[in-house]
Design a protein around this ligand. Structure first.
Ligand code: G3P
Ligand code: MG
Length: 242
């Protein structure tokens, strides 16, 4: 089973920062998941929430700040000074770094709460600029975004992200819409759903698995990937099975 670091090594380091990505890489995990949005001046940045309030020392919407303004806020604010100042990274900075690493990146297009104009196109442009096409999976809760990416970049696989309740007959759905992966939350996932996906040749990557019981269960069900805040723990346990 492939291990993806959710927002980087977010269980131990400030989520969606270059530090969390570098620390994830050190665990030897298969890949990294991150979330992208657009600044006021149209730059692709890596941050989970539409607002900066929870993870930084600032307030307001990502889309209301220019990149220069946004990068003055501390993305490590939740960690009480433990990691000093960490800036909100651009996707370009991430691509520049990851191109030299043996990692697959699951870029989650954050377009289901606020629909950013051209977020898909700008993200793809950066992936192409750095020649990362073979090392990317796009995903989104907004399946219109991944369908657009399937059209713009048929060579790059996409994952249909769904909430914990899941989607019945997901294998058929993903196959029909040409999504190579299904990305369900772990709570509502059943072995039957995983089986259905397998029958349709759809890979199941489960989020966000942070406990051993669930990790073991989805491994037994034959899921293709696990997205976790603790990539080191998952990797260690999986390696011990070999
Ligand atoms: O991509 C898996 C997971 O990141 C989806 O939920 O809210 O953590 O982006 P969220
Ligand atoms: Mg995400």
């Amino acid at each position: 089973m492939k291990v993806y670091a959710h927002r980087g090594y977010s269980g131990r380091y400030p989520e969606n920062t270059m530090l969390a990505f570098q620390k994830a890489a050190e665990t030897g995990c298969y890949g990294i998941e991150n979330d992208v949005q657009l600044t006021k001046d149209g730059q692709v940045v890596i941050i989970h929430d539409e607002k900066i309030d929870r993870t930084t020392d600032g307030t307001g919407y990502v889309r209301d700040y220019t990149l220069e303004e946004l990068q003055k806020f501390n993305a490590a604010a939740l960690w009480n000074g433990k990691y000093g100042f960490q800036k909100i990274p651009t996707l370009e900075e991430y691509c520049e770094w990851v191109k030299d690493h043996d990692l697959v990146t699951n870029i989650e297009i954050k377009s289901s709460v606020y629909y950013y104009a051209e977020l898909e196109e700008k993200t793809l442009e950066l992936v192409r600029k750095y020649g990362l096409e073979k090392k990317i999976i796009f995903s989104s809760f907004n399946h219109t975004s991944i369908s657009l990416l399937r059209k713009l970049a048929p060579e790059i696989p996409c994952g249909a992200l769904v909430e914990h309740a899941g989607l019945g007959n997901a294998g058929y759905y993903c196959d029909k819409y040409d999504y190579q992966c299904y990305h369900p939350g772990w709570k509502g996932l059943t072995e039957e759903e995983v089986k259905g996906c397998k029958e349709h040749g759809v890979a199941v990557n489960v989020w966000t698995v942070n406990d051993m019981d669930t990790l073991e269960k989805i491994y037994d069900w034959g899921c293709e990937g696990v997205i976790s805040n603790y990539p080191g723990v998952c990797k260690g346990w999986l390696d011990s099975k070999k």
